[in-house]
Design a protein around this ligand. Structure first.
Ligand code: ADP
Ligand code: MG
Length: 409
């Protein structure tokens, strides 16, 4: 299948060389080391993380590479080949949460979070190169955070394990950058392994590597990046999140994760009798609570069903579950959009085994599971359908389940 120019498939070695060279050009010396962290897609389990539920992301071959050296003077100097402007210089003992401060807030937030945790981290010079598309729902922000955390962990001999680095990265994004993300993205960037999807229980942070060797089965997972992100996003996220919380309250559970799939009909019947949660919300305020509850409970169940099939080596059998997940996000959670629906419908009509939107919604990317021999045809069909509908051209590339964060040199 046609891939996005220069991304992912160009291989991490090219990005690694560019990062080392960039570091030399910016700071005038060789870096002490090079580290990588990937972008991710979520195979299934959407909007479940803040309901204490289940997610199943995989790492992409697209990576952010950091070339870095420690500095003894407590200065933090940051430079990115992917950002406008020059070197950002900060004092590590003078970092304050600064929502809206630009790209350097992500890595600066890592230093802040490490120091807040009482860890002996000092200054550094860092230069980044990345093949993770930004703002496409592929979590370039977590790649940037986790690669920074891993580099500082090694440079300062902190000895932190991957899950701890992920939690510190989440803390940085929540408290320093000011974005209320869950723990999935950072955990995926830190803990994924090649040829696997990563099961994560967002309540107790239990993890398990689930076999997902697409190539061995003659399959391909395509990412269709719609290259659009409609407004709505932030307000809709807050509305969905608040709605899920009021659903849990009305049902007397800690989180919607605690509503068993087998009890869904009773739960929905109960919500119909509960004021403010029934089927008639004010127009324009988003779906009714009962619809949000239905999505979350069925979605957690779909994650478990997908894992059961992957454990049994039946990758093709997850197709209908992915497609059912899309219908649930479109109809119950109401966070799809014309571009995502068109990508999914066109891919299925062209012979895909399954397809769904992935990520927060209202744009970003869709996932398509296809026979490798059919992938090219499906990609072409989607591209043509977008042109015919007057949408901007999507970027389509294969998602090969890849390694999580690591030291390269
Ligand atoms: P996503 O994580 O889905 O890509 P976000 O809005 O959460 O989207 O994060 C994107 C932001 O992260 C960018 O706008 C930029 O500030 C920052 N970012 C990510 N990768 C890089 C990079 N390699 N260099 C500089 N900034 C980056
Ligand atoms: Mg992000």
């Amino acid at each position: 299948v046609r891939t996005a120019a220069g991304e992912g498939d160009r291989g991490v070695s090219t990005t690694q060389a560019a990062a080392a060279e960039g570091f030399r050009a910016v700071y005038g010396a060789a870096p002490e080391g090079l580290w990588a962290a990937p972008g991710r897609v979520n195979l299934i389990g959407e909007h479940t993380d803040y309901n204490d539920g289940f997610v199943l992301p995989l790492a992409l071959p697209h990576t952010t590479v950091a070339a870095a050296s420690a500095r003894p003077d407590g200065m933090l100097r940051l430079h990115s080949g992917g950002a406008d402007g020059g070197i950002v210089e900060l004092r590590t003992d003078d970092l304050r949460p600064a929502p809206g401060a630009g790209w350097a807030a992500y890595p600066a937030g890592i230093v802040w979070a490490l120091r807040e945790a009482g860890l002996p981290v000092g200054g550094a010079d860092v230069h980044y190169e990345s093949t993770v598309p930004t703002g496409a729902g592929l979590s370039s922000s977590a790649a940037l955070e986790v690669v920074t955390a891993l580099a500082l962990n090694d440079l300062y001999g902190l000895g932190l394990d991957r899950p701890r680095l992920a939690r510190l990265a989440q803390r940085a994004e929540n408290a320093f950058v000011g974005v209320p993300v869950g723990i999935m993205d950072q955990t995926a960037a830190a803990c994924c392994t090649e040829g696997h999807a990563l099961f994560l229980d967002a309540r107790d942070l239990t993890r398990r590597q689930v076999p997902f060797d697409l190539a061995a089965e003659g399959l391909q997972l395509l990412v269709v990046d719609t290259c659009v992100q409609h407004e709505l996003g932030d307000g809709a996220y807050a509305q969905r999140r608040a709605g899920c919380e009021s659903g849990a309250r009305a049902l007397g559970v800690r989180a919607l994760r605690d509503v068993p799939y087998a009890h869904l009909p009773e739960a929905l019947a109960r919500l119909d009798d509960e004021p403010g949660t029934g089927p008639a919300p004010a127009p324009g305020t988003g779906p009714a609570v009962r619809d949000l509850v239905r999505h979350i409970v069925t979605e957690n169940h779909r994650v478990e069903e997908v894992i059961a099939r992957l454990d049994a080596g039946e990758i093709r059998a997850i197709g209908p579950l992915l497609t059912a997940g899309h219908a649930s996000l479109r109809d119950d959670f109401a966070i799809s959009c014309a571009e995502l629906d068109l990508a999914v419908d066109t891919a299925l009509a062209a012979g895909a085994l399954g397809a769904r939107m992935t990520g927060g919604g209202f744009g970003g990317s869709a996932l398509v599971l296809a026979e490798r021999t059919a992938a090219e045809h499906i990609g072409t069909a989607v591209t043509k359908a977008f042109a015919a509908a007057g949408h901007i051209a999507p970027r389509i590339f294969p998602a090969v389940p890849s390694a999580g964060a690591r030291r390269l040199a």
